[in-house]
Design a protein around this ligand. Structure first.
Ligand SMILES: C[S@@+](CC[C@H](N)C(=O)[O-])C[C@H]1O[C@@H](n2cnc3c(N)ncnc32)[C@H](O)[C@@H]1O
Length: 388
């Protein structure tokens, strides 16, 4: 690229960094300096500069079904996770899921006394990451091709592990390779929502320090895990369940065609208010919890029995920016399900709407019986508690 191209890359990079600082996503000055230093366009070859420096994901690869399987992540999501990771000069860092760009940012943050290892399951990705890291002057980042499930034992222990692909579980290798009191930041998916959670290692378990909504491509390989879709209307509306919910009763096909019972909770929220915590509260407190997908109510939390279903909805109020929460129920148990759902909506509204949100703990031993709502995974228990 000629001098003119470099100049405009630099000013676009400065504008992107300013934007992330102004909106409060970047708070740490060292992180701002890293964003200013790393030439993002080098990591997304053949992409116009304007797109390389937009606050947007750059898709690099789809699978045969057309799903995105590899990308260079959105700058604001990267920034959120790096704020959560709080990487210190001198840290040894492992990144799971490569793209080159985030590894370069991590290399800036770790400084001359630290180190960065990045790994990816896909050889195309590792080749690109290696070539682009070298082109951008970060040739001391170790790039490995391996399944992230097993981490990178040769470089362990790590002070920080940053997972940049959606995980359903915490692999035992990640905890084993994390230094005591070290931190892992991971986009963890459970009950239809993905949160980037920063966990500190406390003894042999993990305790959350922060969590925030995010979205990533799905983990492939040994740790791949899929939500189960159960059709309830002509294969266009589904309810989704996690792997550990296989024994939950599934509502019948056609349940939504039964007469609707609508019940309002009296609880109001902002029209644009994120309800991520409410959804997890409902998942934590209601047996039969599932999530609607593939329809106009996609993502709506629901509760089901073998013959009935109720899901969360909202309606406008006289105040333009405020909606009231309620639910629609269908089937013989509609009255009971809508009552349970609205009751929990009211409890969340009264106790947790303005609270700190849920805390998470991860135990690898099934012998542990942590308090709170427990989600059983292949290797771990994720426990969710609700400080008031
Ligand atoms: C969102 S991209 C990573 C973005 C990257 N960190 C960046 O700098 O923007 C997710 C990557 O995870 C990889 N991946 C998926 N499953 C994996 C696994 N089991 N082990 C390692 N990498 C995996 C994909 O190949 C993909 O390249």
């Amino acid at each position: 690229m000629g001098a003119l191209g470099n100049d405009s890359a630099q000013s676009l990079r400065a504008a992107l960094t300013r934007h992330l600082v102004t909106e409060g996503t970047i708070r740490d000055e060292r992180l701002a300096a890293a964003f200013l230093a790393v030439p993002r366009h080098v990591f997304v070859p053949r992409t116009p500069l304007r797109i390389a420096y937009a606050d947007d994901v750059v898709l690099m690869k789809r699978n045969q079904a057309g799903e995105a399987i590899s990308s260079v992540s959105q700058p604001s999501i990267i920034a959120l996770m790096l704020e959560q990771a709080a990487v210190r000069p001198g840290d040894r860092v492992l990144e799971i899921g490569s793209g080159g760009y985030n590894a370069a940012l991590l290399r800036e943050l770790t400084g001359p006394d630290g180190s960065v290892t990045t790994l990816d399951i896909d050889p195309e990705v590792t080749e690109r990451a290696r070539a682009t890291l070298e082109a951008a002057g970060y040739d001391d980042v170790a790039v490995l091709r391996t399944d992230g499930e097993f981490g990178a034992p040769d470089g362990a222990p790590y002070d920080r592990i940053v997972v940049t692909v959606t995980a359903w579980d915490i692999a035992p290798a990640w905890v084993a390779q994390l230094r005591p009191h070290g931190r892992i930041v991971v986009p963890l998916r459970a009950r239809g929502q993905t949160r980037s959670i920063a966990f500190d290692r406390v003894g042999d378990h993990l305790e959350s320090r922060s969590s925030t909504l995010c979205g990533f491509v799905s983990m492939q390989g040994v740790g791949a895990n899929y939500e189960r879709l159960h059709p309830i209307e002509d294969e266009v509306v589904f309810v989704t369940y996690d792997e550990d919910q296989e024994d939950e009763p599934h509502p019948p096909d056609g349940v939504l065609a039964q007469p609707r019972l609508q019940v309002w909770s009296g609880a109001t929220v902002g029209r644009e208010e994120p309800l991520l915590d409410l959804h997890l509260w409902l998942a934590s407190t209601l047996p039969g919890y599932c999530v609607l997908s593939g329809s106009e109510w996609s993502g709506a939390p629901a509760v089901a029995t073998a013959d009935s279903l109720a899901y969360l909805t909202s309606r406008p109020t006289r105040q333009r920016k405020v909606v009231q929460l309620g639910c629609n129920g269908f089937g013989p148990a509609a009255a009971e399900l809508t009552a349970r759902l609205t009751d929990q909506v009211r409890r969340w509204h009264a106790l947790h709407r303005h609270g700190p949100g849920p805390a998470f703990q991860v135990y690898l031993s099934r012998e542990e019986r942590p308090a709170g709502f427990r989600i059983a995974r292949r290797h771990s228990y994720i426990a969710v508690t609700w400080p008031e």
